[in-house]
Design a protein around this ligand. Structure first.
Ligand code: XMP
Length: 333
């Protein structure tokens, strides 16, 4: 039996009872596999790595070392939430690394999207590898690989071309050889969420929308500057707040703000005010290969617009992207 192929007999995890049975089984397997060795995990705060962390904390407690790299491209309060939940509530061995300057300095004059992705992916591995070398006697690396990732790599092995280069912790340097622990590798996303809730993670964390590895870096279009990145982070937080307030957050698959590197003339406090536009994107999809546009009620759009142009420094217009995928991709870069 190939351990990377989901057996047809495997029941879909749809209830807390089934999730608990999965958790118990995995705890046993993880303890058998890991013994008293140490395990390292890159904890981004996304659904998959968070569920792996919670599962491993339950199975092996302080033998797990979670490394959270803040690349400076996280959404508002995201890193703080990781520290709060994993560092404080779950009392994990959490190593928090603020690498904002390292990333933003490297990205300073880079405007080509794939180059930005490569830099962010490679630097992420550098920061993580530095930490892995500092922590001694680590035998295992845990990863939040899920079944669609495995299916995707089968497809790539068949020679299909990826549209954009997505990254994870794969590709660590040769001197860092770990055995892998991938307890979610046969699960689909909806099952991971059921397991996450059964492990006691907050609903908002387990059901949060997907967020790309390069984070706000591919939404601050072109060469990233700190002022535009800050404006993006604030505008995105307002969008998320307003979507949560009107019930759209649970309904829309992915919604976010993009800020291009252009300015237009506007007026604020009766004076000329040159600023960037904030572009809102809200899409629905099942597999991210194609996507349709969510029809946001005009009243909600007006409220979001009023808040963004009044509360966020540097933004003077709000636009709403009506383009489905194809022809647009979901992200702008
Ligand atoms: P696109 O823009 O290709 O996005 O239509 C499809 C889905 O993939 C996400 N995405 C990424 N995720 N690293 C990631 O981990 C990336 O570089 C990346 N680029 C796009 C995107 O947010 C959407 O959910």
């Amino acid at each position: 039996m190939n351990p990377n192929v989901r057996p047809e007999s495997m029941e879909r995890i749809t209830t807390p009872e089934l999730a608990n049975a999965f958790i118990e089984e995995q705890i046993k397997l993880i303890r058998e596999e890991v013994g008293n060795q140490k395990v390292l995990l890159a904890l981004s705060g996304g659904v998959d790595s968070s569920v792996v962390a919670a599962l491993l904390i339950k199975a092996i407690g302080k033998q797990l070392y979670c490394v959270h790299v803040n690349h400076g491209l996280m959404r508002k309060n995201e890193s703080e939430q990781v520290v709060e939940i994993f560092g404080k509530e779950l009392d994990a061995n959490l190593i928090y690394i603020d690498a904002t300057d390292r990333f933003l300095d490297l990205l300073a004059d880079v405007s080509e999207p794939e180059k930005k992705r490569k830099i962010i992916g490679a630097e992420f591995i550098n920061v993580f590898a530095d930490e892995a070398r500092r922590l001694e006697d680590i035998e295992f690396l845990a990863q939040g690989t899920i079944y669609p990732d495995i299916l995707e790599s089968f497809k790539q092995a068949e020679g299909k071309k990826a549209v954009k280069s997505h990254h994870n912790v794969g590709g660590l340097p040769d001197d860092l050889k770990f055995k892998l622990v991938e307890p979610l590798k046969l699960l689909f996303k909806d099952e991971v969420r059921v397991v996450g809730e059964a492990l006691g993670l907050p609903h908002a964390m387990v059901y949060r929308q997907p967020f790309p590895g390069p984070g706000l870096g591919v939404r601050c279009l072109g060469a990233i500057t700190r002022d535009r990145l800050n404006a993006l982070r604030e505008a995105d937080a307002i969008l998320r707040e307003e979507f949560a307030a009107c019930g759209l957050a649970e309904k829309v698959w992915q919604y976010f703000v993009i800020i291009p590197d252009i300015k237009s003339v506007g007026v604020r406090n009766e004076s000329r005010y040159e600023g960037w536009p904030a572009i809102i994107r809200a899409v629905n999809t099942t597999d991210a290969m194609s996507a349709t546009i969510e029809e946001i009620p005009y009243a909600v759009l007006h409220k979001i617009t009023a808040r963004i142009v009044n509360e966020v420094e540097g933004i003077n217009r709000v636009l709403y992207d009506l383009t489905p995928k194809p022809t647009g991709t979901i992200e702008w870069e």
